[in-house]
Design a protein around this ligand. Structure first.
Ligand SMILES: Cc1ncc(COP(=O)(O)O)c(C=O)c1O
Length: 410
């Protein structure tokens, strides 16, 4: 059965899928369906041989998306929203669906349109706290019923642009800095705790469902940050005296990068369940919005060495491409050498710094990246764990980019 239904059939009943009111239907030929618009190669060598030209090559390992999605769906005690921004490839969206994810956190109207086109039955949560009026209007018309806000202006905008709708799930985004995340996301959005009671009170009369949400920052290294946030939110809800129907703990679940080894994901999900019980939120419907942790390990990029100058390598991918995080936050992604001629690598590793292809001096990844000392022009370097915020981040600056994504595997 095809999951691609005409948009006209979208109505509120579609949103009931995730709430267990309608059966989940997986297509029998799941992988073929998910990967319909991607080239496929049985292994990496075949992908390079058949698809790598002058630009970097993006690789997707489909089973890893399905596995991670299943893990979250089975282990998180609530609803799992995939944060589309981490990797909006249609194949990834469908793979997450195959893994049981039925709800998606979208940040822009383009993401709304994309998910609607790829997965018409998906439930969409428009969780960006500052949206344009046309975006709200169009999203509502496309069946989106869940919206985030972090102040009275955005709340008013949502109500006006949906025509005073009575069927909305309104999520108040609170500001919350875990202090334990590689990327702090608290500086820009989120109501201060002191404003929360008044904002909950203001939204309650308009909300069919009123929720609170927060984001502890991306790559959050401490499961107890979620526990602490839940305790504080429970106290805040008590103080506010306004009934709250749902709590969204955001994304932020980490993956392992060199030098950053977080506790296992189970520790995060357990901390959330245990704390919810302990602080009186046992019956509170929970949601989470993993991006990175769901897809990071499902992708890598192969970049070519265009020039070697001592311990500096000039590549055809960089910080304006899919290696943004290797630049300013200077994450040392796991790298391995793939010699161009298949020669045996019989040399020791040395630290290298890397430069991307654009003319900008910011296109620099200081690393250090440990690579065999005999690396040379023409060799490929594989950057792993780039399924999240990799290809999704690339620009077209200076004409350097790659749209080639190949699914690798049987
Ligand atoms: C609202 C929201 N939800 C979810 C995510 C995904 O976060 P992560 O990739 O850290 O899981 C982000 C990331 O910026 C976000 O802003």
């Amino acid at each position: 059965m095809s999951l691609l239904m005409p948009l006209a059939r979208l109505d509120r009943a579609e949103n009931a899928v995730h709430d267990g009111l309608l059966p989940l239907t997986l297509p029998e030929d799941g992988l073929d369906w998910a990967l319909a618009d991607l080239p496929r190669s049985p292994d990496e060598n075949a992908a390079v041989r058949d698809h790598m030209q002058d630009d970097p090559l993006h690789l997707l390992y489909p089973d890893r998306v399905v596995d991670r999605a299943r893990f979250f769906v089975e282990r998180f005690r609530g609803k799992v929203l995939y944060a589309v921004k981490a990797n909006p490839s249609p194949a990834v969206l469908r793979l997450a669906w195959l893994g049981g994810v039925r709800a998606f956190d979208v940040a822009s109207i383009r993401e709304v349109r994309l998910v609607r086109a790829v997965l018409p039955r998906a439930v969409l949560y428009f969780m960006h706290p500052v949206k344009s009026r046309p975006a709200i209007r169009e999203a509502y018309g496309l069946g989106v019923r869940a919206f985030a806000f972090d102040g009275p202006d955005e709340l008013a905008k949502i109500m006006e642009e949906t025509g005073g709708a009575r069927d909305l799930s309104l999520f108040l985004r609170m500001s919350r800095d875990s202090g334990a995340a590689a990327y702090d996301l608290s500086g820009k959005f989120g109501a201060a705790p002191a404003q929360v009671p008044a904002l909950l009170g203001a939204a309650r009369p308009f909300a069919a469902r009123l929720g609170l949400c927060f984001h502890l920052g991306s790559q959050c290294m401490d499961p107890l940050s979620y526990a602490r946030a839940l305790s504080e939110v429970a106290a805040l809800i008590d103080r506010a005296g306004v009934p709250v129907d749902a709590l969204d703990v955001g994304g932020g679940f980490p993956v392992t990068y060199p030098g950053m080894t977080p506790p296992p994901l189970e520790a995060y999900l357990d901390a959330i369940s245990r704390t919810a019980e302990a602080v009186g939120l046992r019956d509170m419907p929970l949601l989470c919005e993993p991006g990175r942790a769901l897809v990071a390990q499902a992708g890598s990029v192969l970049a070519r060495v265009e020039m070697r100058r001592g311990r500096a390598l000039y590549l055809n991918d960089g910080t304006y491409g899919s290696l943004f995080d290797a630049g300013q936050p200077a994450w040392p992604f796991p790298v391995t050498l793939k010699p161009s001629d298949g020669r045996a690598v019989l040399c020791d590793e040395e630290p290298f710094e890397l430069f991307g292809p654009t003319c900008d001096s910011l296109d620099h990844m200081k690393g250090p990246f440990y690579l065999p000392s005999c690396v040379r022009e023409g060799d490929l370097i594989r950057f792993a764990h780039l399924g999240a915020y990799g290809q999704a981040m690339q620009t077209r600056f200076n004409g350097f980019y790659s749209d080639t994504l190949v699914a690798v595997g049987p």
